[in-house]
Design a protein around this ligand. Sequence first.
Ligand code: ZN
Length: 245
Amino acid sequence: MSPSIEKLLIIQDRDRRALQLDLELKRIPGERAEVEARAKAATTRLEELKLKAKQVESERKELENQVGTKREQINKWRGQQLQTKKNEEYQTLAHEIQNAEKEIFKIEDKELDLMDKAEKIAAEIKKEQQVLTEVNAVALRQRDTLGQRETAMKAELEKLKAERGALCKDVDESVMSRYERIMRHRKDSAVVPVQHGICGGCHLQIPPQVMHQAKSSEEMVTCDQCGRILYWSREFEPAAQTAAH
Ligand SMILES: [Zn+2]
């Protein structure tokens, strides 16, 4: 293997790792948004329940006021009953009082229903508060982990960039620009081994002459089909053939 191929393979290894890191870094904002969305959803659920509890409580208070008003009215009517000397008026007041008392019963039934409802909501709030506490604790850990991962990946990228810069200095400029052009185009790899007579990039057959050139390692050869730089590697040749060379 020619020295420049060897160096290109190391550069390629760093570049592929950098591409992988880039992809993972791009996924971090999405992952972060998911964490925040989960925490927000739990907070919203709790807020909605608390609002519902408030509404039920104010409905109950309103009913309580209605009962109070009716009781005052009843007391007033009772006073009037004591003062009146007319039997007819007394009976009318008695009838009004009876009706008002019936209405009070009905309102108090509704109040009991609302108290039931309030109790259920209170239990839900308690449960949801626990859920929120857990969700927040998980979110805290996840934010931390994401931050650590991001920092580590950025640091590794910087290191790779520095390493790459140093490695590139030893490679011929024309070779380097050829490599970079192929890498930009192919994304995955620019330098590939000939594996059992097949290009390691596009997996198509290599003509014997090209294979011979790759093997001799005198000059840099490329695959006719995909344009990737080829190198011959002993590890992909059958054992008998390897022994013969
Ligand atoms: Zn190819």
